[in-house]
Design a binder for this molecule. Structure first.
Ligand SMILES: [Zn+2]
Length: 327
């Protein structure tokens, strides 16, 4: 049985696991992360890969590996450029380093494009050549598939939709240098910022001083006016961005993932603000990712290995209704 090793390096955990060609998760092991510098993250990642190989091993015939990782990643070169907005040094040739460790071909990409690749090969994206994968969780980011290809951009920075401006009256600066960015209104980061502006410090119970978004939703349900305002502003802003994106790439499907849109009450609030005339071309509508949230990142990483092993170009081409045969 041909299998693929996925290495899902997120902000809070590193999950390594083996996946078969249909996307069934066979084995996993979880490791800690929380690194803010590549100089610390790279040795820890390589150590975890060695530990996985030695203590868990492979259930099948491992053919390739993939690393889905936070930050800026050059998929074509196999380089991890930075963990945050600014590089701390030269790009890290992470694909080569992991490949040498495992003796397998390896590909890397950032987390949202990894998830987009998984949707394209194994998920809801199999039925579309033009879709947007929208992830609303701690941050806000998107992957774009246009005519069967994933957009990456001249500096591999395409998809940073969190820094699209939705509020021209907002003057408080964003980390990107502008103001009024949507990520500051609707995301784990954004809800935290909005709650803090309203003095709701008792919500800040999550790691890194972040707001408990579930508690925020619960308070809104119970009629708390400030919580309702934060959520309603977030829903309007996200609907606005979605419709702007629809005008740019003309998708037939929007696939969503991440904890925030995964909350049905919030999803319905967003849907109420979607204008039918703008959304009429999105014929398959808003569709939830079919992957279990705990394995979505792992499948994204493993799917990079599938593309790498198939010998396809860095951006896979996928034809409508041909399923995975198009690989
Ligand atoms: Zn910004």
């Amino acid at each position: 049985m041909k299998t693929y090793l996925g290495i899902d390096f997120g902000g809070t955990k590193l999950l390594i696991g083996e996946v078969d060609a249909a996307g069934t998760v066979l084995r996993t092991k979880c490791y800690g992360t929380g690194f803010t510098r590549q100089a610390d993250a790279v040795p820890a990642l390589l150590h975890a890969v060695r530990d996985y190989r030695d203590t868990v091993g492979f259930a099948g015939d491992a053919s390739a590996a993939g690393v889905g990782i936070v930050g800026i990643v050059d998929n074509a070169r196999g380089e991890w450029i930075s963990i945050a907005h600014e590089p701390e040094g030269p790009p890290v040739p992470l694909a080569r380093m992991v490949s040498q460790e495992l003796g397998l071909p390896c590909a890397i990409d950032n987390d949202v494009r990894s998830s987009t690749t998984a949707e394209l090969l194994l998920g809801q994206g199999r039925y579309s050549r033009d879709f947007i994968y929208l992830n609303a969780g701690t941050g806000l980011a998107a992957g774009f598939v246009v005519d069967g290809r994933i957009l990456r951009g001249a500096h591999v920075n395409a998809g940073e939709i969190g820094h699209m401006v939705v509020d021209l009256s907002d003057t408080s600066p964003c980390c990107c240098g502008r103001a009024g960015c949507v990520e500051n209104v609707v995301s784990g980061i954004g809800f935290t910022r909005q709650a803090r502006l309203r003095g709701m410090e008792d919500l800040m119970t999550q790691a890194g001083g972040r707001a408990d978004v579930r508690l925020l939703f619960e308070r809104a349900e119970k009629g708390d006016a400030a919580s309702q305002e934060i959520i309603e502003c977030g829903a309007r802003a996200l609907a606005c961005v979605m419709m702007n994106l629809v005008r740019v790439t003309d998708p037939d499907t929007i696939i969503y993932g991440g904890g925030i849109l995964g909350d049905e009450r919030f999803l319905h609030r967003v849907e109420r603000h979607l204008e039918p005339g703008t959304m009429r071309g999105v014929t398959r509508g808003l569709v939830a990712s079919s992957f279990q949230p705990r394995y979505a990142g792992l499948l994204g990483a493993a799917s990079l290995g599938m593309v790498r092993e198939s010998g396809a170009a860095c951006a896979p081409v996928h034809k409508r209704d041909e399923g995975r045969e198009a690989l």
